[in-house]
Design a protein around this ligand. Structure first.
Ligand code: NAP
Length: 312
């Protein structure tokens, strides 16, 4: 394991970026965190991280950063133009450029569990095609110009710091509020759809592991999640236990849920109705990734965090 790298984290005040930055400090790296300073979301303690404020769309800011001789640049929320800028300002100067993508690029899944060889480059009715385009662009820069990009694709993220996924396919605390109050809640279909949420701390640990690796991971994609998918029924049961809920459960079609709940996003609900089941063995083998949390544990942490924060 190499330690003592100079690491720049764009998005270091965010949910994932703060955990990545902190984890890199704990591994003995010298960490600079960059953000505009406007994000108000929950973040963990950034003790030991040098924070600098600026916009990654600002070329002068990037030029200043590129002169600082970072070994590793991490962007937890990259747009395609950010990848283009990172290539322009950092290529040839850094060992790694890590970017956060999503397993939403792979859906609908053609086989389970899906791995990194699963098709993702074509637009589908439900995939995150803009992220596919960005990732194709980044990999092209790697292939044609040696840009040392590695793409991390997390599944749905869970853990302290954010309302977890609910079974309307969003992050609406009202769903969990209904559960807490013992009121009826809906489940799409028969509840056997698979869901796989990864804990934010585990996701951050994958980036930190990557920072200690050499060029063998450049040009690679890694799926990052917990080890096993569970059904929506099991997910709901976990939430019921944490919230001590006696809510009746109604199994409805997507159409019926949308008719009853106009506030629910059709895109989110349709996405939830897709099986999510991923194989993380490439990250385990190449990175030494070893997730600590199951979906159930991540959900429990998230709901307890919501309770503690008074979000209900
Ligand atoms: N949520 C999920 O279930 C899920 C699933 C799969 C993948 N993902 C991916 O995971 C990532 C989530 O990251 P996150 O939760 O850490 O996001 P976040 O909490 O919203 O944090 C975003 C960070 O980026 C910074 N930032 C935004 N625009 C910037 C700019 N122009 N210049 C400099 N800094 C900027 C923000 O700070 P300022 O605003 O102060 O600049 C903040 O530090 C995303 O890439 C998402 O696509 C999420």
């Amino acid at each position: 394991m190499s330690i003592g790298k100079k690491i720049l984290v764009f998005g270091a005040t965010g949910e994932i970026g703060s955990r990545v930055a902190r984890g890199c400090v704990e591994m003995g790296h010298e960490v600079t965190g960059a953000s505009r300073g406007i994000n108000k979301r929950h973040r963990i303690d950034l003790h030991g991280v040098e924070l600098i404020y600026g916009d990654k769309k600002d070329k002068e800011f990037l030029k200043t950063l590129s002169a600082k001789n970072f070994n590793v640049v991490i962007d937890t929320v990259p747009g395609i133009e950010d990848v283009e800028s990172a290539h322009k300002y950092f290529n040839g100067r850094i060992e790694h450029y890590f970017m956060c993508s999503s397993t939403g690029t792979f859906v609908p899944l053609r086989y389970l569990p899906a791995d990194e060889d699963h098709p993702w480059r074509e637009k589908t009715a439900v995939n995150f095609y803009r992220q596919c385009e960005r990732d194709m662009f980044a990999l092209k820069l790697h292939k044609e110009d040696g840009f040392p990009v590695t793409i991390f694709r997390p599944t749905n993220i869970i853990g302290a710091g954010r309302v977890p996924l609910e079974l309307w396919g969003g992050r609406d605390i009202s769903y969990f509020q209904l559960l807490k109050e013992g009121k009826p809640v809906e489940v799409p279909g028969d509840g056997t759809t698979l869901v796989q949420s990864g804990c934010n701390d585990d996701l951050a640990a994958a980036f930190v592991k990557g920072a200690g690796k050499g060029k063998e991971i450049n040009g690679e994609i890694f799926i990052i999640s917990c080890r096993k998918a569970i059904t929506l029924n099991r997910y709901l049961q976990t939430a019921r236990e944490v919230l001590k809920s006696s809510s009746p459960v109604e199994y409805l079609s997507i159409r019926e849920i949308l008719a009853r709940r106009p506030e629910v996003s059709p895109g989110g609900l349709n996405f939830l109705a897709e099986h999510m089941c991923f194989d993380i063995s490439k990250a385990v083998d190449y990175l030494g990734y070893s997730p600590e949390y199951t979906v159930e544990e991540g959900l429990e942490i998230a709901l307890k965090w919501c309770l503690d924060e008074g979000i209900f």
